[in-house]
Structure formats: C-alpha cells, structure tokens
Design a protein around this ligand. Structure first.
Ligand code: UDP
Ligand code: MG
Length: 315
C-alpha cells in the first residue's frame, strides 16, 4: 500500500512565488500518485505564518479549487521554525510521512523521488543536503560555512549543508512531538530523534520569485539560537577565558614587582588602561553569554505556546 504523503511548506509573504510552487508541486504529486508511489489522498499543506500579503487568501483559493491543497493559518507571524513545526504537528495525525520544503522553490522538487526511495528502504528520516552553494551569494556561503564549522567545534551534531528540507515518517514526528522546547532549532532536534536515516543530495536553486525572508539579522539570531540551544560550550569557554586571564594577570603582577625591585621605571600607564578596558570587556561579554542562556531558560520556564492555529483547511 503506498503511503499517504503530506508536503509541508511554510509560507511568509510568498504571494509572488506561491502560484508557481503550487503548480509544480501539484504536477509532482499527481505524477507520484499516478505511479502508485504515494497514496491518492496525499496532500500539499501550506502553512501561512501570519503573512501580511495575499498568501492566505491564495492558499484558501487553492484549497477551494483542488482538495490536493490543504492549509493551516497561524494566528500571527511566529518565524520559520515555529511555522514548520506547526505544519509537521498538524500533518502528524493525518498522514504516514511528511516532506518539508521552502515555499520559494530553492529546494529541488525532484529530490522527493530520492526521499521516497530511501523511505521505501525503511528510513524514518531522510535529510536533504545541498550539493553546492553556487546559487548563494558569497556572503551567505561564507557565513553559512562558518556557522556549520562553529557548530561542529562546539560539539553540536548537525549535518553539513542540510537545512529544513527533509522527509519524516509518522514515527519520527511522534518522536519530535515529545520535545517540549520553545527555542526551536529543528535540524538539531531531528538529529536527536534517531531511527534509521539517510541523506539525499540535491542542487539548490535560486529563489524563484520574491525576496528572502531571512535578512542578516534573522540569520544571525537563528545561528545564535542554534548554538545556545544545543551547546553549553560557550559557558565552559567563559571559565577557560577566566582562568587564562587570571594567570595572565598574575604574570603581569610578577613583572610589576620585578620592575619595582630592579628600579625599572614605571611606564605602563597606557598598558594599564588597555588591560582595564580589556578585562571590563571580557566580563561584559561573559555576562552577555550567561544572559543569553538565562534568557532561554526564562523562555522555557514560561512555557508559552509555540504557535496558535487560527484555521485549518483540510479535507
Ligand atoms: N518563512 C516563514 N516565516 C518567516 C520567515 C520565513 O515561514 O518568518 C518561510 C519562507 O516563506 C520560506 C522559508 O521560510 O518558505 C525560508 O525562507 P527564505 O526563503 O526567505 O529564506 P532563505 O532561503 O533566504 O534563507
Ligand atoms: Mg529561500
């Protein structure tokens, strides 16, 4: 029996690209249904992440015309990770397997074939990995690479060049549902689920239309979230830096005693000022890092909902 597939597509102000995405995904799914690789009641689930443009009315219209399209509307913008989780959790109770992708057609739709092949071999999770980053700007490529390297150095298990394009079985989704955290970094969380998994590579294209919804500020905060949600190394490094500075300052004290004994004139005013400021800076940085973790604990303790669903269109 072919499995019931739900494609999960988070959308935030994607009116420019949505018609094309819907058209291409529909063609792909109809082909797969016809070939008997997925169940005829498979669906394309668009998640509207509180868009301010016509995205939701377009999704509703697609659903009205063709029940292949389903939709979930969040009560407001909650960000890509929350929107994706909402889609996955909505699909969890409706299907056997999900595939998540961005709305902007940057992920190659034909990667679905490879995903399903691995699924047929018994995998619960299949990670889509970009084979290259030619379509990205130099800046995005460099920052992304730096990010993966930093994550690795900090001991976080992430798959290089894997974003949120992946297949997950119902069993894997039920595993994900047991993660209560509010600071979402899905690509790290999914690695913790386990179960048989595989990797399929694909070429990442340029955004088909519209603008990136991930400006630099959001990208940096996402990277920082990823690090602080999955690694306590920065906290440990604070201790290391503290010890190093203490040892360093002992040496400096020793030097100043010697300088006094041997009558070397004291000329270190600027060095003194420099080190003062340096230490003040280090202390503030350390407090900032501590603050970042405490902020996360605060968010987890408040236990607020990650998203609220306003409407579900699914038949
Ligand atoms: N997105 C979202 N909520 C947001 C920002 C983005 O659901 O607050 C969606 C967006 O519609 C797209 C995906 O997340 O489907 C990735 O966003 P984008 O393509 O703008 O990011 P980039 O590829 O530039 O990193
Ligand atoms: Mg994109």
């Amino acid at each position: 029996m072919p499995e019931r597939l739900y494609m999960v597509i988070p959308c935030y102000n994607e009116q420019e690209v949505l018609p094309e995405t819907a058209k291409r995904l529909k063609a792909k799914l109809e082909d797969l249904i016809q070939k008997g690789r997925i169940a005829p009641n498979s669906r394309i689930l668009f998640v509207d992440d509180g868009s301010r443009d016509r995205t939701w009315s377009m999704i509703a219209e697609l659903h009205r015309q063709d029940k292949l399209f389903s939709g979930v509307k969040l009560s407001r913008n909650r960000g890509h990770q929350n929107a994706l989780l909402c889609g996955l959790m909505t699909a969890k109770d409706l299907c056997d397997v999900t595939i998540s992708m961005d709305a902007d057609l940057q992920d190659d739709i034909d990667v679905i074939d490879g995903f399903l092949e691995e699924r047929e071999k018994g995998c619960d999770i299949v990670y889509g990995v970009r084979s290259d980053r030619e379509s990205d700007t130099f800046f995005k490529r460099a920052t992304a690479q730096g990010f993966y390297k930093a994550m690795k150095a900090l001991g976080v298990d992430v798959i290089y060049n894997h974003a949120d394009c992946r297949l997950m079985s119902r069993r894997a989704l039920e595993g994900l549902a047991q993660f209560p955290e509010k600071n979402l970094f899905l690509r790290g969380m999914v690695r913790l689920i386990g179960y048989p998994s595989a990797i399929v590579t694909y070429k990442r294209a340029e955004r088909f239309a519209g603008e990136s919804k991930y400006p630099l500020k959001k990208m940096l905060s996402f990277a920082w979230d990823g690090i602080t949600s999955f690694s306590v190394k920065p906290l440990e490094l604070l201790g290391v830096a503290g010890v190093a500075i203490t040892v360093g300052s002992l040496l400096i004290s020793l030097y100043s005693v010697l300088a006094h004994l041997f009558g070397w004139s004291f000329r270190g005013w600027s060095a003194l000022m420099g080190s003062l400021w340096f230490i003040a800076g280090m202390l503030l940085t350390a407090q900032g890092i501590l603050g970042a973790y405490i902020g996360k604990i605060y968010a987890e303790v408040k236990d607020r909902p990650r998203y609220l669903v306003e409407t579900i269109l699914d038949e």
